[in-house]
Design a protein around this ligand. Structure first.
Ligand code: SAM
Length: 333
């Protein structure tokens, strides 16, 4: 069987698929206040198109799929896509990244369709602040979504928290406490300069070493878990004696690209070899030609760089290529 191995020997078995660029929230760091121009519906890949791409990807060794957005749960009948993908030979794991606003309504249908696990984005545990960050979201709906995820048996349930200076850096203790009695995996993620590498980003960016220092200051004892670095980019710990765990994902400051095993597919049909750079290859002309579609994957791997250069933005250093102009809501994270 062919494998997706890039020029740096990294085996790619993970495809993240953005199913829409539309979202029911407007997180201040993810979308500009004026909103973004949405991709017309007619340009989105249909579920049948996505199925074709994944069938070929599975033949090339893709085993894990993550559905993301925009917000994947705003795409109509998303469980139909999950069911289609879960039947593809070779696909072993289908995960979802969601803001969980619609999760309590959709969890059972998604579980029945073959979804294995969920990552829920949650940047504040304070209702008023949550509303501010998301420009109108209700925290209660997310908490109901988390309950529903437990109820239907998704495992693991991960909480993604983007850490930002002066924004939610005073809630570190509350997020750590979430993991004590519930088997939740809270992952702190560094704020990335994607789509807006400007002063707002620089002012908001905080290295995750801050969380470690804060945890110590607040009296939490963190111990290493899951071999610290498992398969993914997360550095794993747990609060001593807790049921859950804590992850640190440092896309800007540290350890992110070395073991990168992922490719991305945008909702308008572009394979992005790297989250950060502008390079994209469109699959739409090749949807009915398996051999050509395979070649698009190989070409994408051939242009995949060894590293992104997000840290250079912090130090105003010149970059070697053009970063993407897509916002995270148009890539999916
Ligand atoms: N709507 C879904 C959600 O909220 O999880 C999926 C799409 S959202 C773009 C995926 C993830 O990207 C979220 O966890 C969000 O917090 C994260 N994200 C967006 N902009 C980011 C940035 N500049 N830096 C780091 N993470 C970011």
């Amino acid at each position: 069987m062919s494998q997706l191995i890039d020029r740096f020997g990294r085996i790619h078995d993970y495809l993240r698929i953005s199913v829409t660029d539309r979202c029911n929230l407007r997180c201040v760091y993810c979308m500009p206040p004026e909103g973004v121009q949405f991709i017309p519906h007619s340009e989105l890949l249909t579920y049948e198109d996505i199925e074709k791409v994944v069938k070929v990807a599975a033949k090339l060794g893709i085993r894990k799929i993550r559905l993301t957005g925009g917000e994947p749960l705003v795409r109509k009948d998303i469980e139909i896509l999950v069911e289609k993908l879960s039947k593809i030979e070779g696909i072993e794991d289908i995960a979802l990244t969601t803001n969980a606003i619609f999760l309590s309504q959709k969890a059972q249908a998604l579980k029945n369709a073959g979804l294995t696990r969920v990552n829920i984005s949650l940047d504040s545990l304070r209702p008023e602040r949550f509303k501010e960050i998301t420009r109108g979201g209700q925290l209660e709906r997310v908490l109901e979504g988390i309950d529903a995820a437990f109820r239907v048996g998704f495992q693991p349930i991960k909480i993604n928290t983007v850490l930002m200076r002066g924004f939610n850096d005073d809630e570190i203790g509350d997020f750590l406490r979430l993991t004590i009695d519930q088997p939740l995996q809270v992952r702190f993620i560094e704020y990335m300069p994607i789509g807006h590498a400007d002063e707002t980003w620089k002012n908001g960016y905080l290295s995750l070493n801050f969380v470690k220092e804060k945890a110590k200051e607040l009296g939490f004892e963190l111990e290493e878990s899951e071999g610290v670095f498992g398969n993914g980019p997360s550095e794993n710990f747990r609060v001593k004696g807790s049921k859950g765990s804590i992850g640190f994902i440092h896309p800007v400051s540290d350890h992110f690209c070395t073991n990168c095993n992922r490719l991305r597919l945008t909702s308008d049909g572009n394979i992005k070899p790297c989250l950060y750079w502008e390079d994209e290859l469109n699959v739409k002309p090749y949807l009915d030609d398996e051999e050509e579609l395979k070649q698009v994957f190989f070409r994408a791997l051939n242009i995949k760089p060894e590293n992104h250069e997000m840290a250079k933005v912090l130090h105003n250093e010149k970059q070697t290529k053009m970063p993407t102009i897509r916002r995270m809501s148009q890539i999916g994270g």
